[in-house]
Write a new protein. Structure first.
Length: 252
């Protein structure tokens, strides 16, 4: 297993479980304990987890994983969500896409269709689509966030105010009926709200691990959202709370 792949799996495991010891990581990765300890120390030095004597834990240093370490985490669910979201997009539509691993999956499906205009502030999505001659691409400028590959801030918001989107897909880090949609960064939240103000239909893409979580910056209440596309692990109680706010829930 490549070093980058080991790092991604360690971070995903520690993020989901809250902690991990060396022995369980050895079993997970099928590598030596010495290799695991070296990987943990490097991730600790990068501020991505907190090294402990017998393993590692999450903490304030691990509030937001960089996008490059999120790829592969719940990937099957994200692909199914993207396929379901693609069905919501009419032919020839103008589509807004914020950053995130699930919106990146959707961008690839839209590019295969062609005839779509994509308006995005995510530089990784833009890089994927710029070589697709059948897709019209509009890139929203702004201040670069290295963790999410998004361009955010006042410049992005002013540019978005000049466009009308038929449908916008928003990635979130947390979603609850009471607190609405949240993310880790305040400036990213304000840019997400600009997407919502510019669109006729707002759709949140979030796998079920995001539902029930509240992160630092509020994007919007659920009353600003038309649809949530998620996976089939969403509980009945969670779905009931969300639909009570007027949001349609689509399970992939």
């Amino acid at each position: 297993m490549l070093k980058a792949d080991r790092a991604a799996r360690i971070l995903a495991h520690v993020s989901e479980s809250g902690s991990a010891d060396v022995h369980e990581l050895v079993e997970l990765l099928q590598v030596s304990s010495a290799t695991v300890r070296r990987d943990l120390q490097e991730l600790n030095d990068q501020g991505l987890l907190l090294r402990t004597r017998g393993g590692a834990v999450t903490g304030a240093v691990n509030l937001e994983l960089p996008l490059r370490h999120k790829h592969g985490k719940r990937q099957a669910e994200k692909r199914r969500i993207a396929v379901a979201a693609d069905r919501l997009v009419p032919d020839g539509a103008v589509v807004g896409l914020t950053g995130g691993t699930t919106t990146s999956e959707l961008a690839r499906l839209l590019a295969e269709r062609g005839g779509i205009t994509v308006v995005t502030n995510a530089v990784n999505i833009a890089a994927d689509l710029i070589v697709r001659p059948d897709t019209r691409l509009v890139v929203i400028g702004g201040i670069a966030r290295t963790t999410s590959y998004e361009l955010v801030g006042p410049a992005a918001e002013r540019m978005l105010s000049q466009y009308h989107l038929d449908i916008a897909f928003i990635g979130v880090d947390g979603l609850t009926a009471g607190e609405g949609c949240t993310t880790h960064d305040e400036m990213e939240a304000t840019t997400d709200r600009a997407f919502l103000r510019s669109t006729a239909r707002a759709v949140v893409l979030a796998d079920s691990s995001k539902v029930g979580r509240v992160t630092f910056a509020k994007i919007c209440p659920l009353s600003d959202v038309h649809d949530l596309v998620t996976d089939d692990e969403l509980t009945s109680a969670q779905e009931q709370d969300i639909t009570a706010t007027g949001v349609r829930v689509l399970r992939a």
